[in-house]
Design a protein around this ligand. Structure first.
Ligand SMILES: Nc1nc2c([nH]c(=O)n2[C@H]2C[C@H](O)[C@@H](COP(=O)(O)OP(=O)(O)OP(=O)(O)O)O2)c(=O)[nH]1
Ligand SMILES: [Mg+2]
Length: 313
């Protein structure tokens, strides 16, 4: 397996950097995230910094792991360790003569990437906050009315309503799906695997940790490649299982002690750090999170935070 690092680089305007692979190289002519092979004497982080200096003439100063992708091309197998680079010095340019572009999330569809890049592009577009809905009865019964002013562009909304019967959940999901579409937000259905076909506007599915143990592969779930698969995990074993299943992101909970689950003791930030260092998929801290925990979770290597009431403004 060829070890490669690649960088999802952000600029302050909310754009991401892509580069075109030279024609004579493997997957030549296609667009990519800058990066390259990890040398024998390097850590992935050292390789990342070196490749970005060589290929783009920039010095990466703030970065964290995003995901690991393993892909088998007919002629070679690659393990891509992908980082999110959120700060750098210097002006990014094609230092090896290759075309480079800053594009918005909506423009990804306009460029052709190697086959391994599908999950990377999806991960690149993940938000830093994952919004899980309260139960309808917790907001006076009318969740649609409660959500309508609160859903904004780019949000990922997980519709969790465990107290509803399946038929009522479906009706609610179809209504929330329309609001999400109008706002360019992504609706993630919770638990009800078979309802995805009835809500074609939904962007994906969120499995409980219990469901994770009973699912063999992503294919069993009837998900399209562009669908997001989220998983609730409570330890490193479940994070690994989620990655093996082909999940796109996971929540790790409970990080803090919470009022909603008084019987559970929080895992704590040190355990969160230990998990995200090993995890191969994007991880969100869940359980007692407040807005101001976002940067802390990211500093510790997570992609951000997930939560219910504390996150919706
Ligand atoms: N950098 C990068 N490589 C990718 C992406 N997607 C993908 O399948 N690959 C594959 C193509 C190549 O087989 C391998 C990366 O090799 P590379 O050609 O960039 O390696 P390098 O920069 O060290 O180049 P060189 O020293 O061989 O000239 O990973 C991507 O988004 N970025
Ligand atoms: Mg390269």
């Amino acid at each position: 397996m060829l070890n490669v690092v690649a960088a999802v680089i952000h600029n302050p305007q909310g754009q991401l950097l892509i580069a075109q692979r030279p024609l004579h190289k493997h997957q030549g002519g296609l667009w990519e995230f800058a990066g390259g092979k990890v040398d024998a004497d390097e850590t992935p982080e050292q390789a990342l910094v070196r490749e970005l200096q060589e290929e783009l003439g920039i010095q990466a100063t703030e970065y964290r792991r995003l995901l690991t992708v393993e892909h088998h091309y007919p002629d070679k197998s690659v393990r891509l360790q992908v980082f999110r680079v959120t700060r750098f010095t210097g002006e990014a340019h094609g230092a090896e003569g290759q075309p480079v572009l800053w594009i918005t999330p909506a423009q990804f569809a306009d460029y052709a990437f190697p086959a391994a890049n599908g999950p990377i592009i999806k991960a690149a577009l993940l938000p830093e906050k994952y919004h899980i809905t309260p139960e309808p009865h917790e907001v006076g019964g009318d969740l649609v009315a409660w959500l309508t002013p609160r859903i904004t562009q780019g949000m990922f909304v997980c519709l969790r309503a465990k107290t509803l019967a399946k038929a009522d959940y479906l009706t609610l999901a179809q209504q929330v799906a329309v609001i999400c579409q109008q706002r360019q937000a992504a609706l993630i259905l919770h638990y009800h695997v078979d309802l995805l076909v009835d809500v074609p506007l939904a962007a994906g599915l969120h499995l409980t940790a219990q469901q994770l143990h009973s699912v063999q592969s992503r294919q069993d779930l009837g998900l399209a490649a562009q669908h997001y698969l989220w998983v609730s995990a409570h330890n490193i074993t479940e994070l690994n299982q989620a990655w093996c299943l082909g999940a796109d992101a996971a929540t790790l909970s409970p990080i803090k002690n919470t009022v909603s689950h008084p019987e559970q003791t929080g895992l704590g930030w040190p355990y969160f750090v230990a998990c995200v260092q090993q995890a191969k998929l994007p991880v969100y801290a869940l359980g007692g999170m407040l807005m101001q925990d976002t940067h802390l979770a990211q500093h510790y290597g997570g992609q951000g935070i997930a939560g219910i009431r504390g996150l919706f403004s």
